[in-house]
Ligand binder design. Structure first.
Ligand SMILES: [Fe+2]
Ligand SMILES: [Fe+2]
Length: 219
């Protein structure tokens, strides 16, 4: 049986993640390497575990989280679809069960706000985990004077946390934003589409989505 641990030990997959991130660095994008994909894996697992999903579904969500951005190796555009196809090939070679591959491929292929739809619980958990990973340490550009809007927004986020309430009716993204570097408007300019997708993902999981910025509920 394919496990998250086995996937994270694969040297081939490590190469794809590293090289995909190198392409994004060349394009001036924020960090999409091990720190990001392992964070997504962990958070997707946390969401499904908190909601009482079975252990195997949680494992598949973590695998999908780890693999979700490898499509950036092909091209940033449509990277969710190319990544899904790459994941299918990798997992097929490892002898993964077709039904489990189907779950992983669907989640990867639906994680991006352009075309992604939270079609099932694993896809929904991954969308929430991915879109919530906003933090200063993802900014590579060291020169504040040349920051673009993505750098400004990520750099301005001092703390971000995704939590589910005890009743399991609400998932909340809480951000502490240092407005010295980016305004809350900047945040909305690039995150509006992502937040709409997060709302749909939360609904798929039977929850409401809330966004709290600097102690104020904005969604
Ligand atoms: Fe992505
Ligand atoms: Fe991502």
């Amino acid at each position: 049986m394919i496990t998250y641990e086995k996937i994270t030990k694969s040297e081939a997959i490590k190469t794809y993640i590293t090289r995909a991130d190198e392409s994004l660095a060349a394009l001036g994008y924020t960090e999409h390497s091990f720190s990001h994909v392992m964070h997504v894996a962990r958070m997707a697992g946390y969401i499904l575990e908190t909601l009482g999903h079975d252990a195997r579904t949680i494992e598949l969500a973590k695998i999908a989280g780890y693999l979700h951005d490898i499509g950036n190796l092909v091209n940033r555009k449509d990277h969710s679809q190319s990544g899904a196809v790459m994941a299918w090939s990798i997992l097929n070679d490892m002898g993964c069960d077709p039904g489990e591959m189907a779950t992983i491929v669907t989640a990867i292929g639906n994680h991006d706000e352009g075309t992604g739809v939270p079609v099932n619980a694993v896809a929904a958990a991954m969308i929430l985990a991915d879109k919530a990973d906003v933090r200063r340490s993802r900014v590579r550009n060291q020169d504040i004077s040349t920051f673009d809007i993505h750098d400004r927004v990520n750099y301005s986020v001092q703390h971000s946390e995704l939590t589910i309430n005890e009743e399991k009716t609400q998932v909340t993204l809480t951000l502490s934003v240092d407005t010295q570097y980016g305004s809350v408007m900047d945040y909305f300019e690039i995150f509006m589409q992502r937040m709409i997708l997060c709302r749909k993902a939360a609904e798929k999981l039977g929850m409401k989505f809330r966004l709290v910025i600097n102690n104020q509920q904005v969604i």
